[in-house]
Design a protein around this ligand. Structure first.
Ligand SMILES: [Fe+2]
Ligand SMILES: [Fe+2]
Length: 287
């Protein structure tokens, strides 16, 4: 009580100066927080780009060891990313789909060809083995789960778990449909549209994913009809679509056809400069 009495009342100037001090301390803290947030965003972006670079590098290694498998992984990854985008998955899930399609057959690298054709116990265990390899890296459990389920089928006839329908992660259903499509296209004989129809009647793939895949294939064939253009590195711009696999002079697929160019892919393409064939001319689809 006495303490209350002893208190010296504040003047208006005192209050003003205290308020000013508070405001400037608040503003300093806000600036500090904004800077930290910006730094953390930049670091997250750097880490993401590093990881993407490592996935691309791994894909290049796969392509060197086994060009057919490398091509399958790269085409699958580019197409799976387009399907994920068309299905309006958020950027995080789109990246997950891209990484999973890139690395889905990781455990088959260097394996006997009969395994890769889908024969034997080693074939049925390859999704789990690929998932195990990925899960050995910290923080990749989600990616491992998507890869581990890339041979599960919508009708429950897949492996290793025999899961069905929506019990299979959507990311795995996208990868499954796209890589099944790519495998069938590689065996030749059928048109892209017929391959999708075959998959639809087979009942093993999610029809919602196949519907989107059909639309993308249709758009691509329309683009092909409209022709394409050869552009120099300087003429390339974000949003353009590769009309051919972009190969290095060594024959390595840098990016598969129908990759959508963005700032990151453009930076990577330009970094290869003289290693690109045809004096750096790139074939892109006309709009
Ligand atoms: Fe595959
Ligand atoms: Fe596979």
């Amino acid at each position: 009580m006495n303490k209350e009495k002893d208190r010296i009342p504040l003047t208006d100037e005192d209050r003003d100066s205290m308020l000013k001090e508070c405001r400037s301390a608040y503003s300093r803290r806000t600036d500090q927080f904004t800077r930290l947030l910006q730094q953390s965003k930049e670091l997250t972006g750097k880490l993401r780009r590093n990881f993407e670079g490592m996935v691309e590098l791994l894909n290049d290694v796969i392509a060197q060891a086994d060009p057919a498998m490398g091509g399958h992984a790269k085409r699958g990854a580019a197409l799976a990313r387009r399907v994920a985008y068309a299905m309006r998955l958020n950027p995080d899930r789109r990246r997950l789909v891209f990484y999973a399609a890139s690395l889905h057959d990781l455990s088959l690298i260097g394996s006997p060809k009969e395994w890769q054709r889908g024969e034997g116990d080693a074939w049925t265990s390859h999704p789990a083995r690929s998932a195990e390899m990925i899960a050995s890296v910290e923080n990749l459990s989600r990616l491992a789960a998507v890869v581990g389920a890339h041979h599960e089928c919508w009708d429950g006839s897949g492996f290793p778990e025999g899961s069905a329908g929506e019990a299979i992660p959507l990311e795995s259903r996208i990868v499954a449909a796209v890589v099944a499509y790519d495998r069938k296209i590689l065996t030749g004989g059928s048109s892209p549209e017929d391959v999708v129809s075959e998959l639809e009647s087979g009942g093993t793939c999610d029809t919602a994913v196949l519907k989107v895949l059909r639309k993308i294939i249709h758009t691509s064939s329309e683009r092909r009809k409209r022709g394409d253009r050869l552009l120099t590195l300087d003429e390339l711009a974000p949003g353009m679509l590769l009309a051919d696999d972009l190969l290095l002079q060594s024959g390595l697929v840098l990016f598969p056809r129908e990759t959508i160019l963005d700032e990151e892919t453009l930076t990577r393409i330009r970094s290869f400069g003289k290693m690109l064939p045809e004096e750096g001319l790139i074939r892109i689809f006309s709009r």
